[in-house]
Design a protein around this ligand. Structure first.
Ligand code: F6P
Length: 318
């Protein structure tokens, strides 16, 4: 192993820069040449890459986003696209590739591995939707961002005696909603993993009003239902004023938390170590330790929702 490359793919997440820094510096310190690929798999197909030095990653550890930029590349979903990407890597003498991204990016990496490229993946997504790792890179920062923003929503909801629905991201995984909901004292948390009914939500809000609560916060995971329709139904059924806040991409930006900087740094170094040892796979974090599993294993399995945490959040919000 002489030369490796690193790319970020899919939705960006805070901590990706810390991770790139680690891959580049750990790689160089281990005697490797390290290339940065621009815009994920798009850069591989277009041969848009450059050799990085230890200075290329200076002053980025605290910065959100990704200096390598990112993309969701449609062309890479075709055999021709993957063939071209593999050819471009081989033509530059690149033997190993670090992919920082979510499950879609892992599937792409698996295709490259089939074409003889050694790949080490790192779970970079705010969604925390991968079952083999306790945390994905960026999740901790995103939850903290959401909690800060809900604090602001709570201020104005109290002033107006309102119900506020705050929609958060998650791509089918309720972890952001659950963890931000518990940490911000939400009255209702609606996630894809737990069944709910409009009547039980309204009953909870009416009970809260009876108990003289000054406001109620509902944290809603994206795609569970339309937040504006939900607000209208609540207002009609309870006669309590209800407003909607869709947080959107503010959750993906911002300076990474200490946890995400450290997770990115540890995962980056582990990925390089794997490539040096000739291992293909996916890095993760389980029970306080950096681990790795095969790409296949990482993709087969469903994340277990923490129902006890959910029940606790419900119990504490009366
Ligand atoms: O996977 C990360 C994520 O932010 C999801 O939570 C969300 O559903 C999606 O990406 C949004 O994608 P885009 O940035 O393409 O709008």
């Amino acid at each position: 192993m002489n030369t490796i490359a690193v790319l970020t793919s899919g939705g960006d997440s805070p901590g990706m820069n810390a991770c790139i820094r680690s891959v580049v510096r750990f790689g160089i310190a281990s005697g490797l040449k390290v290339f940065g690929v621009m815009r994920g798999y798009t850069g591989l197909i277009e041969d848009d890459m450059f050799q990085m030095t230890e200075r290329s990653v200076g002053n980025i550890i605290h910065v959100g986003g990704t200096i390598l930029k990112t993309a969701r590349c449609k062309e890479f979903m075709t055999d021709e696209g993957v063939d071209l990407a593999a050819q471009n890597l081989k033509a530059r003498g690149i033997d190993g590739l670090v992919v920082i991204g979510g499950d879609g990016s892992f599937r792409g990496a698996r295709e490259l591995a089939k074409r003889g490229i050694l790949v080490a993946c790192i779970p970079g997504t705010i969604d925390n939707n991968l079952f083999y790792t306790d945390y994905t890179l960026g999740f901790d920062t995103a939850v903290n961002t959401v909690v800060d923003l809900i604090n602001n929503v709570r201020n104005t909801s109290v002033s107006h005696d309102r119900v506020s629905i705050v929609e958060v991201m998650g791509a089918g995984c309720g972890d952001i909603a659950l963890n931000a909901g518990l940490a911000s004292g939400a009255d209702v948390i609606l996630v894809p993993e737990v069944k709910w009914s409009i009547d039980s939500v309204c009953q909870k809000l009416l009970n809260a009003k009876k108990r003289k609560k000054q406001c109620s916060i509902i944290v809603l995971s994206e795609h569970v239902c339309d937040p504006n329709d939900l607000a209208k139904m609540i207002q009609t059924k309870t006669e309590i004023e209800c407003r909607t806040v869709i947080l959107g991409h503010v959750q993906r930006g911002g300076s990474p938390s200490t946890f995400d900087r450290n997770l990115g740094s540890m995962c980056g170094a582990k990925a390089v170590e794997m490539l040096i040892q000739g291992e293909c796979g996916v890095v993760g974090y389980r029970n306080g330790k950096i681990i790795y599993v095969s790409i296949e294993d990482a993709l087969h399995g469903t994340r277990k929702f923490d129902i006890n945490k959910y029940i606790l959040a419900q119990k504490l919000s009366f």
